[in-house]
Write a protein of this length. Structure first.
Length: 252
């Protein structure tokens, strides 16, 4: 997605545009969906299918499923306490920080509390300050992030189509949103700014909003035989990477 420059004139309607763009996603307390995943992590190809369940304020479940056999992994988090089970390897990482564990698995540095916003194209910013980039673009800052709002026509609804997240060291990543239906994107791209860490395309289907997700969704039963795995080991052998020779296992 080609994004405009942020060097435009101040936009008095930026706050209203952001509220318009996020009116649907701000009302989401729970969501579940199936994710079709493709792209790369650390230069290695990835393709598979995941089930996701999310609940406010910071509960998450990701399960990499396969047509047959056990899931490649099950990630659950409540707050900043995350557990990752690798059923096929009979290994488990317990009580890790959710952002660090998810980055080790999928490359994306997202905490459980931020995953819902990342998948729905949402922002909780209350800023009214932004800039114009022509009639149909508004650009806003939210801390270290830049929000890009776009509308297809002067009478069309505003949509949050991209967010650029910048780290203190100057690196970062961006999220892009397309194929909006009922105010929510069905196609999401998450890519590191250096283009080498990760570049993932997610297609959402079977989306359900604000249905009841019980506490058991965000728990996982750990087999007594499961051996511990460290975060360093997980980074070196992520269950989503290097699976090109195993097309039936949900990732390749």
């Amino acid at each position: 997605m080609k994004l405009p420059s942020a060097a435009g004139a101040p936009a008095s309607d930026a706050g209203a545009a952001l509220r318009d763009a996020t009116s649907t996603c701000r009302g989401i307390s729970t969501m579940s969906a199936e994710l079709g995943v493709s792209g790369s992590i650390g230069g290695q190809g990835v393709r598979g299918r995941m089930l996701v369940g999310l609940a406010a304020p910071a509960s998450a479940r990701l399960e990499a499923v396969a047509p047959f056999g056990q899931p490649a992994f099950i990630f659950v988090a409540r707050g900043d306490d995350a557990t990752l089970l690798l059923p096929r390897d009979d290994r488990v990482l317990q009580h890790g920080k959710s952002e660090a564990v998810l980055e080790a698995v999928a490359g994306v540095p997202l905490a459980a509390a931020d995953l819902r916003s990342a998948l729905t194209g949402c922002s909780t910013s209350t800023s009214d300050t932004g800039k114009m980039a022509g009639d149909d673009w508004r650009i806003m800052t939210d801390g270290p992030s830049e929000l890009y709002l776009h509308r297809e026509s002067h009478s069309g609804p505003w949509q949050l189509v991209a967010v650029v997240h910048r780290d203190t060291n100057g690196s970062g990543w961006r999220a892009e949103y397309r194929d909006f239906q009922s105010g929510l994107p069905r196609a999401v791209r998450l890519a590191s700014l250096d283009a080498s860490r990760f570049d993932l395309r997610l297609l959402l289907s079977q989306l359900e909003i604000n249905t009841t997700l019980g506490a058991d969704v965000f728990q996982v039963t750990i087999p007594p035989t499961a051996a511990p795995i460290s975060l360093a080991e997980l980074k070196a052998s992520s269950p989503l990477r290097g699976k090109s020779d195993r097309g039936s296992d949900g990732a390749k």
